[in-house]
Structure formats: C-alpha cells, structure tokens
Design a protein around this ligand. Sequence first.
Ligand SMILES: Cc1ncc(COP(=O)(O)O)c(C=O)c1O
Length: 460
Amino acid sequence: MPLRLDAPREEVLARAAAIVADAWRSFDQFRPGQPPVDDFVRRLVEQGLPDAPASALEVLGDAATVLDRSLAQTRPRFFAFVGSSGLEIGVLGDLLASCYDVNLAAWAAAATEVEEQAVRWVGELVGFPAETGAFTSGGTVSNVTALAAARERALPGSRRNGIGGPVAMYCSAEAHYSVVRAAELLGIGSANVRALPIDGARRLPPEAVAAAIDRDRADGVVPVAVVATAGTTLTGAVDPLDGLADVCGERGVWLHVDGAYGLPAAAVPETASLFAGLDRADSATVDAHKWLYLPKACGVVLVRRRAELAAALQHEEAYFPHERNEPHAVDITLEYSRPFRALKLWLAFRAHGAAAFRAAIGRNLRQARLLYEEVAARPELESLCGPPPLTIVPFRHVGGADLDGHNATLVRALQEDGRVWVAPARVDGQTCLRPCIVNFRTTDDDVRALVDLACELGAR
Ligand SMILES: Cc1ncc(COP(=O)(O)O)c(C=O)c1O
C-alpha cells in the first residue's frame, strides 16, 4: 500500500509520544537559555525536495531537534506577545482531531454537536448569551465573521450588491489591527474606521462614540458597528461595555466585543465587573489559544442571533446542496475546510473543569500585579501604565538620555541572553518591554526573574 510508514505504526507513535513527554517535562521549568539554530538544523533545512523515503523514526527525531531550537510560547518565561501555552489535553485533542480529520464544512454528526456544545460552554464561561457561533483560526477571522453579520444588518443586501454609500465603523485608537483588516476586507474601507482617542484609562469613551455616530448619521453615513475591545493588545484596557451597549442600543448599532485576549477574565470574580454589559453585545470574539491556554489555533466567534450570522454567510451551491434539511456549518463560517478545533476545548473543559480555568486566570492576574509591584519597587525601572487591568505590564529601564534606544537595546540583549523572552512595544511613543502573562506554567519566581534580568542587563 502506498504511503505506509517504514516502521510499525505503534513504534512510530511511541516515538512521537516520547518526544511529547520530553517536551512537557522541559516546559515544566524555565530553561537557562535558548539554544542557537546550529549547523545540524541548517543542513536539514538546506536539503532539496527529497525524492526517496527516509526512516520515520529518524525524521521524527529531526522534527524534535527543529522544535527544540524554536521559540516556544509554552515555556514559563516566554513573556512576549499574547501567547498560547499548549495545554497538554489540548495537544492530545489536536492529535485526535487530525487523526479523524472530520469535515466541518458540512454536518459531521457527533463532531458538529460537540462544536455547538463547546460554543455554548464558552458563552456560559464568559457570560455571553450566544445563540450560535463557531471555532475559527483566531481573533482575526472571528472579528471579520462577526462584522460581516453587522454589515448585513446595517445594510441589508450589501453582501450581494456591495456597500454603495458612505459607511463607518467605530473603535478605540488601541483596537487590534484585525478590526481595520475586517473593514478592508468587508468593503467598509480602513479610512472609514473611526479609531477614536482613548481616555486616561486607555479606554474608548462612550460619549465620543455617541457623538461620532450622530455626526455621521447627520452627514448621511451609515454606522456598521462599534467594536469594543475587552483587553487591548497593548495594555489590557477593557472598554466600558455597559456604556457602549447603551450608545449602541439607543442608536440600533451592532456592538461587537473583541475579547480575543481578555474575555476569559470575565469568568473570574476579581475582574468580572470590568466586563459588565457584555451580555448586551451582539457578538464577541474569544481566543481559547490565548488566555484559555490551548494550543493554536482555537478562536471562537459568538453571535447572539443565529439568523443574523446566517443572513451574512448562508448560500446554496450545486456542489454542496442542503440535502439534509439542515444548515451547513459554512452557512455561518468564513472558512470551508476547518479542523475540529472545538475538540481540544471540549476535552479541556471536561478534563480540568471550568473552576481550574478560573483559578489559573486568577493566578495570572495576581502575577501581573506582582510584576507591577516589583517594577514599582526598583528605582531603575518605571511602569508606563499604572496598575494593570488584566495581565499586560508595560515597563522600561531608566538609564541614559536616549531611553527609547536604551530599551530597544535592552530587549535585544534579553533575547540574546535567552533566560527570559520579551518583545518590545511603544506606549505613547515610548519604547518599552511589554510582558504579558497568559501562561499556566509561569510561576511567581519566573515573574521575579524577569524583573531581576531587566535590571541586570539594563545596568550593563
Ligand atoms: C484584541 C485582539 N484581537 C484580535 C487579535 C488577533 O488574534 P489572532 O492572532 O488569533 O488572529 C489579537 C491578537 O493578539 C488581539 O489581541
């Protein structure tokens, strides 16, 4: 039979399992440095297209080497970006899902039921009344999916006829770029995204949104949607959802909540009040591959009314008729071929229970507060944004006249050192370190190590 492995499959599977077990052991603790991309890896990646087979056990070993020399967000001292942390049960979910490789464009029997159940569970966890939703590749696709529904509600028939007149969308100046991208892809136009100035807490002021909508309406511009960010990517600010829901409710404008990063914090008592009003939104984005710890890709789009999502996306094609009297998944999704991403979240909720997720999120929140306090206690460090609303703590090292240059150099030095991993950012034009804590493996000592190393290398 063609495309068979050269070794017994149990043996190959055991080798893969051993690689995973070694990786999990290594992720349990920080490692003292990041190994370089060495000559062995260089030789591997310089090879041309192989025509002849190689031993499956050998190529798996090569993959393990490549992965070991790659940056893994799973490691406890990886503080860059809004990462994912490769929850173990989720890794197994990915393996099982790709083994069965069900077709989630169409009805897929039990898998379809599980996806729907997992959507309901996410809605319940964060407190959003989702009548429908789907698993996506992430926040970018979730945002464009929800905003397609918003566009069709604001301008019925626009999916067919195009927009045909002036339109606008509203968000804060610190919304994620995927909101602009959605405006580009949906024909709204990036120039028509009103990225409004933020308030002192870096949030979108509802009065400014109300004024912008009213001004636009008076000028004959159709408002398509307001996008509130529940946890901005730069600083973790949560826009005032209640006030924005009032503005949108009074004016009949779609409210989408981009909670790709922050929405899991709605599930814990420490931060739940920041998200008051979420239950009045029309749609929401949550990335389980961010703060629900699952491996990428595991985005979720939640929509209040199924009919509004279907109105934007439902279709009938000769090669894909509705023969079962049931909608296809692609009547509510942007992608056709989709892996069974819901399985890993479904497994994770079942294996750990929602309480364990709430506890892990609460721990990350306390660690962010610890980081903020450690920064405040060091005269050579300064925090740029005050106490963190969620788990992003931008700070910088104060040394020399050119603070921006100094901190850019510090980030590079920290990356070359490899004991922690951080990325740079600019807050109000100031270059800083922007650690984000969304990893269940991170300990309080890892947080303290970041501060110690920033001081040690900053002084150098
Ligand atoms: C608030 C927000 N929205 C959207 C995204 C995009 O998500 P993804 O990378 O999963 O497409 C991000 C990514 O960090 C984000 O922080």
